[in-house]
Design a protein around this ligand. Structure first.
Ligand code: NDP
Length: 255
């Protein structure tokens, strides 16, 4: 096997949560370009259909699944539908996430719950649903989307719930990696720095001092720059990597 063949996902079946825009859409496209059959989920059926349409225009086939993954019943149904539509499931990318900028004194209970229900609990439930199938099928790869916010505290905006939720994602990644290695499932995380998406207002002038000037590379990333790391961790090129947090942040966390 050549080294590049190890990165190929030909014949693999992948599910990306929150795959209809931003980072998740770039991950879904990259996985499909690497040869995987891909299903994406999001709550908005129209946005799912439009992402699948864009992929089709590039010659990439994807299955749209409408689901709110904070609802346990919908997680089980989505996982079943992905397995049926793709004919199995080898790769789960736990990407869907939410963030609020608010100082701790003002964080509302609904904000805290929204962040933890999606970023941690839904990721846990999706991992269990896919992991059960992967364990029975003989293995698989889970890639969680953490954040540099799980390693440092961002500024100038405060986002305590988000930061804590991403630290939880990183440690859950290690916990599941340890437990699931014997059944052939690798569990890793990618921790991006600032990336231009709906979630991150990277162009706001008042954020430039911290979000751009503090980055050794002096810029933010585009989603397409994070996607190859997801492909790598999902692929056999990472066959001896599990429980790792791959930081992709233009150097932000060196200081
Ligand atoms: P976006 O807000 O642009 O996209 C979020 C995606 O998640 C959408 O596809 C959305 O689709 C989906 N989603 C939201 N809630 C749910 C839900 N309850 N059930 C199913 N799907 C849902 O986020 P980004 O692309 O910026 O971020 C993606 C991931 O990367 C997140 O985990 C984020 O924390 C992480 N990250 C982002 C960084 C950045 O700078 N952008 C930096 C570091 C990490 P829909 O609305 O249709 O449900």
């Amino acid at each position: 096997m050549t080294v590049l063949a190890r990165f190929s996902l030909k014949g693999k079946k992948a599910l990306v949560t929150g795959g209809n825009r931003g980072l998740g859409k770039a991950f879904a496209v990259a996985l499909a370009e690497a040869g995987a059959m891909v299903a994406i989920c999001g709550r908005d059926a129209e946005r799912n259909a439009s992402a699948v349409g864009e992929a089709a225009a590039q010659g990439l086939e994807m299955v749209p699944l409408t689901a709110d993954i904070t609802d346990d019943g919908q997680v089980d149904q989505m996982t079943r539908r992905a397995i049926e539509a793709l004919g199995g499931l080898d790769i789960l990318v736990n990407n869907a996430g939410a963030c609020f900028h608010n100082e701790s004194w003002n964080v509302t209970d609904p904000e805290w719950s929204t962040v933890f229900d999606l970023n941690v609990r839904a990721l846990w439930k999706c991992s269990l649903a896919a992991g059960r199938h992967m364990a029975e099928a003989g293995g698989g790869s889970v890639v969680n989307i953490g954040s540099m916010s799980g390693l440092i505290v961002n500024r100038p905006q405060w986002q305590p719930a988000y930061n804590a939720s991403k630290a939880a994602v990183h440690h859950l990644t290690k916990s599941l990696a340890a437990e699931w290695a014997p059944v052939g499932i690798r569990v890793n995380a990618v921790a991006p720095g600032y990336v231009k998406t709906d979630m991150a207002p990277v162009d706001r002038p008042e954020l430039r001092r911290y979000w751009i000037e503090d980055v050794p590379q002096q810029r933010y990333a585009l989603p397409e720059e994070i996607a190859p790391s997801v492909v790598f961790l999902a692929s056999d090129a990472a066959s001896f990597i599990t429980g790792s947090i791959l930081v992709v942040d233009g150097g932000y966390t060196v200081f």
